[in-house]
Design a protein around this ligand. Structure first.
Ligand code: FUL
Length: 481
């Protein structure tokens, strides 16, 4: 008679035979802080300073603090607008190139301290970061390295000043998810009254390695953005799109804020040595700051949806700028456009047609259900469909018992195993044969494809190029309204 213990041993042996090992990671993989950042996908930029009141894009640095006078500043309205647009975070320009500080910095008088706003007792960074927490948004900091107000800019003393301010912002306002380092540097400025051109070598002047250390020490989970990372790279344009082929990988060596090739940043590098995903920064208006003359130039919902598909839909994160107006709130026109964009996106992704399809894969890793195609539609990005190591170009079919119509496909890779697939094709069953209707390259954390509506009862996904077995975590099919 079998004992309970021997039954257990047999069971253990059986599972040992059927449980397959997960695939080995391929190429660079994201760090824990980058993984957290990928989950955010969509957040806003808030550009607000003296420029809002002087009608400029780049303040010279000689603006009187008294010009900064929002009449109805409301951090809740700003955070609520972002939240309702489906954003998961907010990055505030705490100090732009003009040097004016939105918080009462202990290291300068050129701040809200000397403005009429809240009688000089206000702290906008505090109000905004608190509103973010109330609305469930992550908070991020932009602190311009270039400072056209500071008398010591271009001298070593300014680096101490910059780092002191960085410490203030990363210590006093709670958790920071992203630290934004701008590469812009125009040369001339007020500089404490000198009114001259000051040149710096931005490879050496900011001593980035030691500046970055401060961020790591004070906010270990903050991702640092710049032209060249170290955690997140600029996408190479301010028009709102990542490359049609966009690799998360890039070789960081030699890249610094203000020093990178925009074309390369847009596409990334297939053989890049580091995980350095792209962030797409674009404004909802032509300018980064509010100008009344641009009230009729707010991007339309259609333009915003297109930007979403060409950024988040290409594996990048989207930071959409919403500039508060002179009242200190997001203008009605911007709010209207955002609401309609959200409605369209919600409607598009409300029903996933892949959920009620029968899925069949040409190969399943080790024949183990843990890597089976059902993982593609379980709504969990931590589970995935994978194949045996030697099967790099598998196929997957989806079948319905009636015709379905869709015009969007969503596909995602398990990025903890690296970016693996290099090309995939979608075929529909039509007139008794398979017909190709879409084809793309990089996948990464999320790929969205839009195409003319397809009506079929059978769909086929073919992985046509991959150096290793794929690990696909999600597949979804949707119909735009
Ligand atoms: C640029 C700046 O010069 C713009 O004013 C803006 O802040 C944008 C996000 O980055 O480099």
């Amino acid at each position: 008679m079998k004992t309970f213990a021997s039954t257990l041993t047999m069971f253990a042996l059986l599972t040992a035979v059927t449980a397959a090992e997960p695939p080995k990671p391929f190429g660079p993989v994201p760090s824990e802080r980058q993984l957290r950042w990928h989950q955010l996908q969509f957040y806003c930029f808030i550009h607000f300073t003296v420029n809002t009141f002087t009608d400029k894009e780049w303040g010279y640095g000689d603006e009187a603090e008294t010009v900064f006078a929002p009449t109805a500043f409301d951090a809740n309205q700003i955070a609520r607008t972002a939240k309702e647009a489906g954003m998961r975070g907010l990055v505030l320009t705490c100090k732009h190139h003009d040097g004016f500080c939105l918080w009462p910095s202990a290291f300068t008088e050129h701040s809200v301290k000397k403005s009429p706003w809240r009688d000089g007792k206000g702290d906008m960074v505090k109000e905004i970061s608190a509103a973010c927490r109330r609305h469930g948004l992550k908070f991020g900091v932009y602190l311009s390295p270039w400072d056209r107000n500071h008398k010591d800019y271009a001298r070593p003393e300014y680096i101490t000043y910059y780092r002191n301010q960085l410490r203030e912002l990363l210590t006093n306002y709670g958790e920071v998810f992203e630290m934004w380092f701008d590469g812009a540097n125009g040369g001339d400025g007020y500089y404490g009254g000198a009114r001259e051109k000051r040149k710096i070598d931005n490879r050496t002047y900011y001593d980035w390695d030691n500046t970055w250390k401060i961020v790591r020490e004070l906010q270990p989970f903050a991702c640092m953005f710049s032209d060249g990372g170290p955690d997140v790279r600029w996408v190479g344009n301010e028009r709102g799109f990542a490359g049609e082929t966009c690799w998360a990988a890039m070789t960081r060596e030699g890249l610094l804020p203000g020093h990178a090739d925009p074309k390369l940043l847009n596409a990334g590098q297939r053989d890049g040595k580091d995980w350095l995903p792209a962030e797409v920064d674009v404004s909802i208006r032509p300018g980064w700051f509010y100008h009344e003359k641009e009230d009729a130039k707010v991007k339309t919902p259609e333009q915003l949806v297109k930007i979403y598909f060409e950024s988040v839909g290409r594996g990048a994160n989207l930071i959409l700028n919403l500039p508060p107006d002179r009242r200190g709130i997001i203008h009605e026109n911007d709010v209207k456009s955002l609401r309609e964009m959200r409605r369209v996106l919600d409607k598009t992704f409300s029903k996933d047609l892949a959920r009620n399809a029968k899925l069949t894969a040409s190969n399943v890793r080790g024949g183990d259900k843990a890597f089976g195609p059902a993982k593609l539609t379980d709504g969990k990005c931590a589970t995935y469909w994978s194949t045996d190591d030697n099967v790099t170009t598998p196929e997957l079919t989806l079948e319905w018992n009636k015709l379905v119509t869709f015009d969007v496909v969503k596909i995602a890779e398990e990025i903890q195993l690296g970016q693996r697939v290099e090309e995939f094709v979608l075929d529909q069953w039509k007139d008794g044969a398979w017909q190709e209707f879409a084809k793309a390259t990089s996948i990464g954390p999320q790929r969205l494809l839009r195409f003319a509506p397809v009506t079929t009862a059978k769909l086929r996904l073919r992985i046509t190029k991959s150096p290793v077995c794929p690990a696909i975590s999600e597949l979804g099919l949707f119909k735009q309204p």
